[in-house]
Ligand binder design. Sequence first.
Ligand code: NAP
Length: 248
Amino acid sequence: MRVLVLGGTLEARRLSLWLAADPAFHPILSLAGRTRTPQYAGPELRVGGFGGTEGLSRFLHDEAIACVVDATHPFALRMRAAAHEACRARGVPYLRLERPPWRPEAGDRWHVYPDLETALEGVVRSARRVFAVLARNQIHALGSYPQLRFLVRTVEPLERVPANVEAIAMRPPYRFEEDLALLRARAVEALLFRNSGGLGGSAKIRAARVLGLAMHVIEPALPKVEPSVATVAEAYEWLRALRAGRSR
Ligand SMILES: NC(=O)c1ccc[n+]([C@@H]2O[C@H](COP(=O)([O-])OP(=O)(O)OC[C@H]3O[C@@H](n4cnc5c(N)ncnc54)[C@H](OP(=O)(O)O)[C@@H]3O)[C@@H](O)[C@H]2O)c1
């Protein structure tokens, strides 16, 4: 069964590898192309946009795709809407792999905001040295807070950053020990991040917890799509059930 896995997350990569190891499936992992040298050892990878809903709809038809698993990042809203709509138009089964958001534990100094602007207002009242994990196009906004020093991390190096920002480029998955060492080395006082959940970025939260740092969490209300599962294992089981239903 030909399965299009819309990626850009660790979960998408894992699901594609699981499917590739099962002769019942032929996964095609699709990436937007934001990372110049993607790390994927699976059989079929395609890179670049489809050309909106129309383009994806054509791709589903031309490539005889039997099912789409949308495992894009929770904040990749355009791709999600296009995938949902193209599948509906073509009658192709769609599944959203939506990893659960991170949640605070007892004792966490966890502050939730609807957007970056209000989050920065919260940060400026309580910290000076901040580890900010944001989208690339949000980094320039940090320049409006010269009284704060920011450390930012991106997968690909940033070409230009505001004067109060130190940028490092690192590839996920990030490890707890490395994040703990990073936060200690830069004497970070607070974390600022979008609540995207998932395996790849949870190490910074565990490290901040150990150090008792404040966590400023951007958590907008995002639209939900159905059907949806929360884990790679559930997505795999859903696909197996779909396939079993078809071969009966
Ligand atoms: N948003 C984030 O913060 C974030 C963080 C980590 C990883 N990512 C990953 O980075 C990619 C781009 O994110 P974004 O926020 O720019 O998404 P977006 O705003 O939803 O998508 C913008 C456009 O990029 C193309 N695209 C997105 N995901 C694609 C995929 N998996 N395969 C092929 N084309 C794709 C589509 O182009 P066409 O219209 O031409 O088809 C889409 O309209 C996604 O794959 C996402 O999973 C995003």
